[in-house]
Write a protein that binds this ligand. Structure first.
Ligand code: AGP
Length: 606
């Protein structure tokens, strides 16, 4: 999603800003730009498409100046054009970058145009540039101008602005969209994502909602919503240079798929208490206090939540509701039997999920954040954090974060089952042993790449693909379809296999690829029967199974057989071939594996 960077110091800003934008590239964007103050000149360069296009423009038209801002834009208001790219300027003296939505932009634009302003873009963000210009035109200083702008706007923002009327100063503000200031000697950085500053600063401070301030080479001066100076705590940056390293793989997604034996093992280690039991990092009293859970998440994290619900209900006997974060806080949910909200997010920054968490907290639920980015907003606002130890995930399509989320959710289910007396000691011990075998099983599962490559070659010839599974493998069918859609742009749908006869079976036609997900669970025979119904109507069946479940099937075109595992853990294992299938289909189609069209890694708008 959109990214903001800024630099003020004594070096030339533009190359540093371009480098910082490259570290945000993984978030997804469709245009980019940089502005810098050089004496009495404001330089501005923008380009549609990848950062290489911006770099080429900068090579033709280098930007001087030691104070500047940069932006990667993911289009919301207005198409993907150079005019809509940030930074926006109003009068050649001010440049502004903005993440979020200015909800009252239409009224502001009408008012500014009536006063003579000429707008150059279709964006909501450009009103900011005109508001800043109007403030400086009155002769106000940067702090007063910024306060004046903030008093006029409604919506969500992380914003940064530089002006020829305030040399060396970056004006910043935050409301609902993340923004951080990097602390260093002799220069200052700002960014919407601390990873953009990790190379240059050891520490950052995060703005809170409604914070604003001025940043100079000497550091930031931040004010809170009551206009009082605010001392925000400086934190160490956890992101590392490894983020931009593909470690010899062609794509980050490929690397991240192959990291899963380690990421699941590391996450398991983090979930293990000092006595060697899986505690999910929670104290016994905390676990006993859980009477029911609402799981809040979006996208792939939502599918992890669905699997978590099956586990927690089955192993702990506690009520669990899974909610799409984007729906939750708008539909007046009731707290019901739930004591806790478990908020699941790889990035920890999805705005829908953050707002759902705040809504749950306002209803009196205790909030637990299950996040992969330890210093993210959700991690900082949740009452307790359950970390996934997947390491930075750069590919837009979530892979290792998903399996790490499943690992945590299984640990939560097991820990709750033990403390609520649903699981006998021996049962809990067996399940613990079973999950400890998963890193090894996932490692062996990775050897299916050549076989899946052959299946992918067939899939991309089709206009659509169905994924079918039952029970714990139903949410995985949804996730398998999402992965395929996201990066290969092939239409795909996941269904509960038992639901086919209630409608979706009408989609089956000769040659339609159907991916069946089967394990040796109690519903194995029923799933196979549902798959046979599809095959009998002409579908080409490809089976992904574990523990020899596929031996019962003699009507599949191919069977991808995974190692044996406890059927409860099948979604964790079968996720691997499902991810590999999407990756291989994308390679066949030649799409952008790591930065698929229209998508962003961290979705910070509604
Ligand atoms: C996953 O492949 C997707 N890119 C997307 O669905 C993602 O899971 C969703 O946007 C939620 O993100 P989060 O986990 O960072 O909150």
């Amino acid at each position: 999603m959109c990214g903001i960077v800024g630099y003020t110091g004594s070096d030339t800003a533009a190359p540093l800003l371009l480098e910082a934008l490259r570290r945000l590239e993984y978030r997804g964007y469709d245009s980019a730009g940089i502005a810098a103050l050089a004496g009495d000149h404001l330089g501005l360069v923008r380009a549609v498409g990848k950062l290489d296009n911006l770099a080429a423009r900068l090579a033709e038209q280098p930007l001087a100046g030691t104070c500047g801002i940069g932006h990667t834009r993911w289009a919301t208001h207005g198409g993907v054009t150079e005019a809509n790219a940030h930074p926006h300027s109003a009068d050649g003296r001010i440049a502004v970058v903005h993440n979020g939505i200015i909800e009252n932009y239409a009224a502001l634009r009408a008012e500014l145009e009536a006063a003579g302003a000429n707008f150059a873009s279709q964006t909501d963000s450009e009103v900011l540039a005109h508001l800043f210009a109007a403030g400086f035109a009155k002769g106000l200083g940067p702090l007063a101008v910024l306060q004046g702008v903030l008093a006029r706007i409604e919506g969500a923002w992380a914003l940064a602005a530089v002006s020829l009327d305030a040399p060396g100063v970056i004006m910043i503000a935050r409301n609902a969209s993340p923004l951080a200031v990097g602390l260093a000697d002799g220069f200052s950085l700002i960014a919407s994502d601390a990873s953009a500053m990790a190379q240059n600063c050891g520490q950052v401070l995060y703005l809170k909602d409604d914070d604003y301030g001025l940043v100079t080479p000497a550091g930031p001066q931040i004010y809170d919503r009551n206009n009082q100076p605010a001392n925000r705590e400086a934190l160490r940056i956890s992101a590392s240079p490894v983020m931009v390293d593909k470690a010899g793989y062609r794509h980050f997604m490929e690397k991240e798929i192959h990291e899963q034996p380690d990421s699941v093992a590391h996450t398991l280690a983090a979930m293990t208490g000092p006595d060697g039991q899986l505690t999910a990092g929670l104290q016994t009293a905390q676990l006993k206090a859980v009477s029911g859970l609402v799981l809040l998440a979006a996208g792939t994290s939502h599918y992890a939540a669905l699997i978590g619900k099956y586990w927690i209900e089955r192993l702990a006997g506690l009520p669990v509701a899974v909610e799409l974060a984007s729906e939750y806080h708008y539909r007046q949910p009731v707290a019901g039997p739930f004591s806790h909200a478990l908020v699941i997010s790889q990035s920890g920054e999805s705005l829908d999920t953050l707002m759902a968490m705040r809504h749950a907290a306002a209803m009196g639920l205790q909030t637990l954040g299950l996040v992969n980015v330890p210093d993210s907003t959700i991690a900082r606002e949740a009452e307790a954090v359950l970390p996934t130890r997947a390491g930075p995930e750069i590919g837009v399509a979530s892979t290792k974060a998903f399996t790490a989320q499943l690992t945590v959710l299984f640990a939560v289910a097991l820990a709750l089952g033990r403390t609520h007396g649903r699981l006998e000691k021996q049962q809990a011990g067996q399940l613990h042993e079973a999950v400890l075998t998963m890193p090894g099983a996932i490692g062996r599962a990775l050897s299916c790449v050549p076989q899946i490559q052959q299946i992918a070659k067939q899939l991309v010839l089709s206009h659509s693909v169905l994924f079918l599974g039952r029970d714990l493998l139903y949410p995985l069918a949804l996730e398998g379809a999402l992965k395929l859609k996201e990066i290969s742009y092939l239409h795909a749908e996941g269904f509960a296999a038992g639901e086919m006869k209630h409608g979706p079976i009408a989609l089956i036609e000769p040659g339609l690829p159907v991916i069946g997900l089967v394990s040796q669970d109690a519903l194995q025979a029923k799933t196979i029967s549902n798959l046979r119904e599809a095959e009998a109507r002409g579908a080409d069946l490809y089976l992904i199974s574990c523990g020899a479940a596929g031996e019962q099937v003699d009507f599949a075109r191919q069977i991808v057989e995974m190692p044996a595992c406890n059927p409860l853990l099948a979604p964790l294992l079968l996720a691997i071939p499902a991810q590999i299938l999407a990756w291989q289909a994308a390679l066949e189609k030649g799409t952008d594996v790591d930065q698929p069209r229209n998508l962003a890694k961290s979705v910070t708008v509604e």
